[in-house]
Design a protein around this ligand. Structure first.
Ligand code: XIL
Length: 468
């Protein structure tokens, strides 16, 4: 408690670009640099004010310094990208893609099939199943196709499950007009439009337990079915819009419950991502320093899932500063990690400290820097000593194993037919991207140490290599 207070005080006093300079945080340490050290993505939305150019300059500076993954708050949704039938509008999305590339960030696309923010013209076809299917297919083909190879992952289906009795959400033009098969179809179409994109199902209230009566339990049954039927789904996004525990007596979610979901998904080789995190207080109440510190602890507990679970890699916050947040509409406040003046809150410190102190795994690949290392590694650099071994990701063992090694500038891969290869420098900046179709690919990079990620569908392997 005392330590955190000290850090916050210093961070508030001498903050530059959102980085608290104190004896604890070195000047070059940011959320981003520490996340990269731990092999995870940390991000925040670019909000609609940013797209309108209406934010102070240091907002963008903070955003690109602190985060390495980005998603648009509203600008890639259906109503933004296809405001009238078959007339597509990509200006804002392109702006974000350009920004992300300039700053070496991963890009999430959000969202393709959702009941909300659907333009009115779609409702004209609500009684015409065939037409609605072609509307959705055309939308997905065009939007995913437009950003093929640029948007790394998509929320293909968003919020399709109802809140109460877990079942499909009834009030959705897609569900009412097509039936639940709109979901399976959306994944198949998205995969066809960009076979390299990671495809997620995204929803809220997934931190409320994995039992048949809870949303996560219902979802898990669907994921099992999708996997069994070969539907191309690779990840579940947990929005994680939660309320501070003491201000909501109905609050029943917890980081532990979300961790259970991650572990169930691992058995299916599906990733869990936290995609829209905010931890708000009820509007109108006074929020004290100790409330903010408790909030920081909760932010840290959700981060632990991403650091510790081998199939979890992304921690995305639904906003940067409390000043520009959607939470007011939800009757909540102060749910983010920077305050109204873009100063870091105790939650920022809590995340920083955890990222600093997390012990990276004793992973052979992460420590071996020899050029011809042929060690087969896990897909992440996570500490598996805290894991239940039953959740190991299947492709890392047995006949389906993937291996890679490098000789000179050539990377050799076994166990994948057509792998997407991404090479990052040790600061996490992308330096090479290409395909490996015949077991080998020439890496056009200078001598040095790099992290390589090879990916085919939902299987991936990350390994450190040395080019000599
Ligand atoms: C919200 C945006 O933040 C608001 O600006 C907009 O008015 C409504 O949508 N779940 C989602 C997000 O998947 O797209 C929502 O974003 C928040 C809840």
């Amino acid at each position: 408690m005392k330590k955190r207070l000290t850090i916050s005080g210093l961070a508030l006093g001498v903050t530059l670009l959102g980085v608290g300079f104190s004896t604890t945080f070195a000047a070059d340490e940011t959320l981003r640099s520490l996340a990269e050290k731990n092999g995870i993505y940390i991000g925040a939305i670019l909000n609609s004010q940013w797209f309108g150019g209406g934010l102070p300059g240091n907002y963008e500076q903070i955003h690109k310094t602190q985060f390495n993954i980005v998603v648009a708050e509203n600008e890639m949704k259906f109503d933004a990208t296809e405001p009238s039938e078959n007339r597509f509008s990509y200006g804002n999305g392109d702006k974000m893609v350009k920004y992300a590339k300039q700053n070496g960030m991963r890009i999430r696309g959000h969202a393709l099939a959702w009941h909300s923010q659907v333009p009115n013209w779609v409702n004209n076809y609500k009684n015409d199943k065939k037409k609605l299917l072609s509307v959705l297919k055309n939308h997905i083909n065009n939007v995913v196709g437009h950003w093929k190879g640029q948007v790394d992952e998509w929320d293909v289906v968003n919020e399709a499950i109802s809140n109460n009795e877990p079942q499909w959400r009834g009030y959705s033009v897609w569900y009412q007009g097509i039936g639940p098969e709109f979901i399976d179809s959306a994944f198949v179409w998205a995969h066809a439009a960009d076979p390299d994109a990671e495809l997620c199902y995204n929803d809220y209230n997934l931190e409320q337990g994995v039992n048949p009566k809870a949303k996560a339990g219902f979802l898990l049954e669907q994921v099992k079915r999708w996997v069994a039927n070969g539907i191309p789904i690779h990840c579940v996004g947990s929005q994680t819009h939660v309320e501070d525990t003491t201000t909501d007596k109905h609050f029943i979610g917890s980081p532990d419950s979300l961790r259970s979901l991650a572990r169930e998904l691992a058995k299916l080789n599906i990733k869990l991502k936290i995609t829209e995190l905010d931890i708000g207080f009820k509007s109108g109440i006074n929020v004290s320093q100790s409330d903010l510190e408790r909030q920081g602890k909760t932010f840290r507990e959700y981060l632990d899932i991403i650091l510790e679970e081998p199939n979890a890699d992304t921690y995305l916050i639904w906003g940067v500063s409390d000043k520009w947040s959607w939470l007011g509409g939800l009757n909540r406040q102060k749910g983010l990690i920077y305050d109204d003046n873009l100063k870091p809150k105790p939650a920022f410190d809590s995340i920083m400290v955890r990222l600093q102190n997390f012990e990276p795994p004793q992973d052979t690949a992460a420590t071996d820097t020899t050029a011809n290392d042929t060690t087969v590694t896990d897909t992440t650099k996570k500490d598996t000593t805290v894991q239940d071994t039953s959740i190991a990701i299947p492709q890392t063992a047995g006949p389906g194993s993937v291996t890679m090694h490098v000789a000179g500038h050539t990377l050799f891969i076994t166990g994948m037919k057509s792998a997407k290869v991404d090479v990052f420098d040790m600061q996490g900046r992308p330096v090479f991207s290409g395909k490996c179709e015949k077991g080998a690919v020439d890496l056009n990079v200078a001598e040095g140490l790099y992290m390589v990620r090879v990916r085919e569908g939902s299987r991936n392997l990350v390994q450190k290599i040395a080019i000599k």
